[in-house]
Design a protein around this ligand. Structure first.
Ligand code: UD1
Ligand code: MG
Length: 428
């Protein structure tokens, strides 16, 4: 049977207490909606997102994800049922997913496709069901779903809840969505009401028990943190099984798009952001690497590698910040800022060296050749080119290019004034 997937992402997400639309809140470096779209697309090409609240900013984000979008009339038809008003599908079945389930996987969703019924819905058994719609099951069929705000005392005790995933025959959606009413505590059109309608007319509604972890709904910042923790566990387990050594993994944070190759070691309290690629490298404690490429290098402890850096066969030590720079065979052991620079092999950058890449208006490049020795506490005022085999003496403020084989030195003349101490403070 052919399939359409619809993801509901029009809600305001009031409980997030944030101006950012709920589905754009990030988990492991990517908005929730990115995660669910990624998984949904594994099930088929026909994926539609229902947008509403802050539709423009969500649309802006999803425009490159290869999905269709439709707008919900939130004013006249609020609620998860309202979201499907006007939705049409050529396919025989529609898989409806809440957009606030960032941990769901295609593998789990595939289980729904094998169940024979007019509606198949995901249910979770929970110790604490609060916040979720309660599911009334009789003789292994779902009778109805009662939202928490509409539930009686007895219904609130039900610990089987609605996961927010429904596989529905398209003809049923066509019939029942227009028939929904908003006579409930929230004055909203609940998608969940179609279950009772379908059941009353003799259709079959079967529950699929799914695990709590993959189907948790994110409604608050607390849920967001819990979901991120699960995603982090998945990401790090995958990396470790792939052969990456991670020390104290519970202290390490790795974004979902980061990748590893070869023999890598990640020490405790490391953060790896964005599309970073790490090959055969050792990242020491308390370092942060953002959108960069690290190959055959050691980084840290306490280093910060900012976006756009390519670091190969290099050693970057503590308190070194590198931004949008290409380093190949370089040693920068301590306390340095290297921004918008290109540095070739055999070059040593002393402690306290700073590329002055910004003049308050624009950014400029620093180019340093092979086998250069940059003495400690030098300032390299960009744009500047230092050719191969150059010595920059410690404490130099460099504002001219330096030709191959030279030394550059700028220093205020040193004075030593004998007995000045005693004249100033007197004898102690
Ligand atoms: C919903 C279910 C509840 C279930 C829970 C699972 C309903 C009525 N209730 O409750 O039974 O246990 O999910 O997580 O469906 N949305 C729209 N348009 C709207 C309102 C919401 O597109 O007008 C979207 C939201 O963006 C969100 C999803 O639908 O992605 C669910 O909405 P939310 O408000 O989180 O519903 P819950 O109260 O969690
Ligand atoms: Mg929800």
């Amino acid at each position: 049977m052919s399939l359409s997937v619809v993801i509901l992402a029009a809600g305001k997400g009031t409980r997030m207490k944030s101006p950012l639309p709920k589905v754009l809140h990030k988990i492991s470096g990517k908005p929730m909606i990115w995660h669910i779209v990624n998984e949904a697309k594994k099930l088929g090409e026909d994926v539609t997102l229902i947008l509403g609240h802050e539709a423009k900013s969500v649309e802006e984000f999803v425009k490159d994800l290869g999905v269709k979008t439709a707008l919900q009339d939130l004013k006249n038809y609020p609620g998860t049922g309202g979201a499907l008003k006007g939705f049409e599908s050529e396919a025989q079945r529609v898989l409806v997913l809440n957009g606030d389930m960032p941990l769901v996987t295609a593998k789990e969703l595939e289980k729904f496709l094998d169940v024979e019924a007019d509606i198949v819905m995901g249910v979770i058994k929970l110790k604490d069901p609060s916040g979720y719609g309660r599911v009334v099951i009789k003789e292994s069929q779902v009778e109805k779903i009662v939202e928490q705000k509409d539930a009686t005392k007895e219904e609130l005790k039900i610990d089987t809840v609605n996961a927010g995933v429904y596989l529905i025959k398209t003809e049923l959606l066509k019939r029942f969505i227009p028939a929904l009413s908003n006579q409930n505590a929230q004055k909203e059109y609940y998608l969940t009401d179609i279950i009772e309608m379908a059941k009353k007319e003799g259709y079959s509604v079967k529950p699929v028990f799914v695990d709590e972890e993959s189907f948790m709904g994110v409604n608050s910042k607390l849920d967001l943190a819990k979901a991120d923790e699960v995603m982090q566990k998945r990401i790090k387990e995958r990396a470790m099984l792939q052969g990456v050594t991670i020390r104290a993994p519970q202290t390490v944070y790795i974004d979902i798009e980061a990748g590893f190759e070869g023999e890598c070691e990640i020490e405790s309290c490391v953060v790896i952001k964005g599309k970073t690629i790490i090959k055969n490298s050792h990242i020491k404690s308390h370092s942060r690497i953002e959108e960069s490429q690290i190959e055959f290098s050691s980084i840290g402890p306490y280093a910060r590698i900012r976006p756009g850096s390519i670091i190969q066969k290099s050693h970057i030590g503590n308190f070194v910040e590198v931004k949008k720079s290409r380093l190949n065979g370089v040693k920068a052991g301590h306390l340095t800022y290297l921004g918008d620079s290109e540095i070739e092999s055999g070059t040593n950058i002393g402690a306290g060296v700073i590329t002055c890449n910004y003049d308050g208006k624009s950014k400029y490049k620093t180019k340093i050749g092979k086998n250069v020795f940059v003495g400690s506490d030098s300032q390299l005022i960009a744009p500047i080119v230092i050719e191969d085999d150059v010595i920059i003496a410690a404490g130099t403020t460099l504002n001219k290019d330096v030709p191959k084989g030279s030394m550059a030195i700028s220093r205020a003349p040193l004075k030593i004034i004998k007995d000045f101490y005693y004249k100033f403070f007197g004898k102690k």
